[in-house]
Design a binder for this molecule. Structure first.
Ligand code: ADP
Ligand code: MG
Length: 417
């Protein structure tokens, strides 16, 4: 038991049918089905190896893509092929979620064998739209089709999907009502690293918050500053721009229009409140970069030329941030400093990641685009921890109890037959 949740040490998996929810959602080419990244697939391999070697008949449940933006929504067939390659053994696949074909395939499993079911979000009750509209309780989630059809075939439920732990969906929160449950090794590791970071960070502890999810960043900032976890917060990306606007700095009309168009104007007030309370702990850029005729240009805050849209922090800011990262003992990063996907506006992000690679501090990076930046700047080996979760990590750091954590605590009380 850790955090009131069973680990894989607490249950017996020998010859048991085990439903294991993983998060192997990856960017995918919808035409060819090729996976553009396999970070999350690799991350859950230790759990799969362990369960399989303990003799479990292992059934994997996973989602691919979002039903809200309808992005990357795809069958999980390619994931089974990649899993087979990485594990060096066959991972079976069935193009069904909980119908007769899926149930027959589960019943046919031998100890140690692994079967991946199709994208759970092909079932309506697994969709995020369904979650947001209906808000089913965990008891109600246990009555959904996916849980009702699959739970009777299984002896235990394991969740290794920390990256999806903020989702309140049946395959993540419903089975724990009916089956003895445990968290997988990846879930356990991510939980440990992040709670360790929140409880006793080595100081100074610096948070670097950038990117485009301003609401999440503000929530996290407020939590880590009020709890005293963060000694200093360095800001970049749109997060910094909204704060600069809140402080009354001129970031240019184009940036203000852009922020308003994204629907973030209301957050300027939130930014004012944050700055009012923690002005001395929040760093804002002193200069910014924009692109003119395809080339990078920089200007001090207040001097951004009419008609230019800021897309990165400037080099003086980048230097200040690099120094802060070098002097820190703990650094947590979520969100790039600018539009790092484009060459003229990648400097700020590259500079921060260079400093992360070189610092002696304990470094943790989370968030989808931040993981992409880590790979782009070849820092995967140098960082101490790369968290597979984006949304889950942010909500965890905001002090919320994640739905899957609550469900796992419940399922950890169910005794094994
Ligand atoms: P993560 O996925 O790491 O949590 P986000 O999704 O919040 O990060 O933000 C990443 C996105 O924000 C990137 O696509 C990047 O291009 C964009 N971005 C960063 N800075 C800016 C900026 N100043 N203006 C517009 N977009 C930005
Ligand atoms: Mg992102």
């Amino acid at each position: 038991m850790r955090f009131g949740i069973n680990t894989l040490d607490e249950l017996d998996f020998g010859s048991k049918t085990v439903l294991c929810r993983v998060d192997i959602n990856q960017p995918i080419d919808r035409q060819t089905g090729a996976l553009k990244d396999t970070t999350r697939i690799r991350a859950c391999l230790p759990t799969l190896r362990e369960l399989s070697s303990k003799g479990a008949k292992l059934v994997l449940l996973a989602h691919q893509g979002s039903d809200i933006e309808y992005k990357n929504f795809h069958t999980t067939a390619p994931h089974a092929r990649v899993l087979s390659e990485l594990l060096g053994r066959e991972v079976k696949f069935i193009d069904d979620v909980c119908g007769p074909a899926a149930r027959a395939a589960i019943a046919a499993l031998a100890p140690g064998e692994i079967l991946l079911l199709d994208n759970v979000r092909f079932a309506a009750e697994e969709q995020t739209l369904f979650e947001l509209k209906l808000g089913l309780s965990h008891e109600q989630q246990a009555q959904t089709q996916v849980v009702q059809k699959l739970a009777p075939l299984a002896d235990a439920y394991v969740c290794d999907a920390f990256a999806a732990a903020h989702r309140d969906q049946p395959s993540l929160c419903g089975f724990q009502q009916l089956l003895p449950s445990a968290m997988g090794r990846l879930f356990e590791e991510e939980y440990c690293v992040i709670s360790g970071l929140m409880e006793a960070p080595k100081r100074p502890c610096v948070f670097v918050l950038g990117g485009a999810k301003i609401n999440d960043a503000f929530q996290m900032m407020s939590t880590v500053l009020s709890s005293g976890v963060a000694d200093r917060v360095l800001t970049g990306g749109l997060v910094a721009e909204v704060l600069a606007w809140a402080r009354g700095e001129d970031i240019g009309q184009k940036a203000r229009d852009f922020i308003a168009k994204q629907g973030y104007e209301g957050l300027v007030e939130t930014g004012k409140a944050l700055l009012g309370q923690y002005a001395d702990k929040i760093d804002l850029p002193c200069d910014y970069a924009y692109v003119k005729d395809g080339a990078r240009q920089e200007a001090a805050v207040g001097n951004i030329p009419e008609g230019q849209l800021v897309l990165d922090i400037g080099s003086r800011t980048a230097e200040t941030y690099q120094a802060a990262i070098r002097e820190a003992k703990t650094v947590f990063v979520n969100g790039p400093m600018g539009v790092f996907e484009e060459e003229p506006t990648e400097h700020g992000t590259r500079a921060v990641w260079e400093a992360l690679g070189g610092t002696a501090a304990y470094t943790v990076v989370g968030g989808g685009d931040s993981i992409t930046a880590t790979a782009k700047y070849d820092k995967t080996e140098q960082l101490d921890y790369i968290c597979t979760g984006g949304g889950a990590l942010i909500r965890f750091l905001s002090g919320e109890e994640l739905p899957v954590v609550r469900a796992l605590r419940h399922g950890s009380k169910i005794a094994q037959k």
